[in-house]
Ligand binder design. Structure first.
Ligand code: MG
Length: 202
């Protein structure tokens, strides 16, 4: 399986990192080795002094597809989840400065937290509230209504480049409020108030 991540999909997050608003979705990949095993803590890797959390709504693909039209995109997923796109911001800043790829900053082991999935019929996908709390304080509070590109548009766009396969996961981008994790932090993600993950930082 592969993980396809969308960058810069929420205007306020683009502002907080002083990024340019893209003409098209920004896409990058994480390998399956990036997935943090269930119930494991996240260990801050030795190559970074600035690991950021980015909470994101996840879409699990359940059918193979290529050049999927937006109007048919809903047929390619039944489940929605929540996860974290852990980012070595210091490493990413260096990559950006030099115009280099982001993999070292974004695709390292444990960088993809994949929480619980829920049937999409349980939610209104155009108005889905999701939150990340750090040590019981809300640090990110997002709603899919603020996405620049909606889930079905993302599937249509991404599938022009990559064949989507059953089990692939799309990380749909993070809202504002990203920040650094420290040892002993506890991160909890909720979708419409339902807990999707709970991660300890070591
Ligand atoms: Mg992200």
């Amino acid at each position: 399986m592969k993980i396809i991540c969308i960058g810069r999909n929420y205007a306020k997050h683009i502002e907080e990192l002083a990024n340019e608003k893209p003409e098209n979705p920004v896409i990058f990949l994480k390998p399956d080795s990036a997935i943090l095993p269930k119930k494991m803590p996240f260990f801050i890797p030795p190559f970074s002094n600035n690991i950021h959390y980015e909470v994101e709504v996840l879409v699990k693909i359940d059918k193979v597809g290529k050049y999927i039209e937006e109007k048919f995109a809903h047929k390619y997923y039944d489940e929605i989840g929540l996860g974290i796109d852990f980012t070595a911001r210091d490493v990413q800043d260096k990559c950006k400065e030099k115009g280099l790829p982001w993999e070292k900053a974004k695709a390292f082991d444990g960088s993809a937290v994949v929480g619980e999935f829920f049937p999409k019929t349980q939610f209104d996908l155009s108005n889905l509230e999701f939150k990340l709390t750090k040590n019981d304080v809300v640090v990110q509070d997002g709603n899919t209504a603020a996405m620049l590109w909606k889930i079905d548009e993302l599937i249509a766009y991404v599938s022009q480049f990559f064949t989507l396969k059953k089990g692939d996961i799309i990380f749909t981008g993070t809202p504002a409020g990203v920040g650094k994790v420290e040892e002993n932090d506890v991160l909890t993600g909720t979708i419409n108030g339902i807990e999707a993950f709970n991660i300890k930082i070591k």
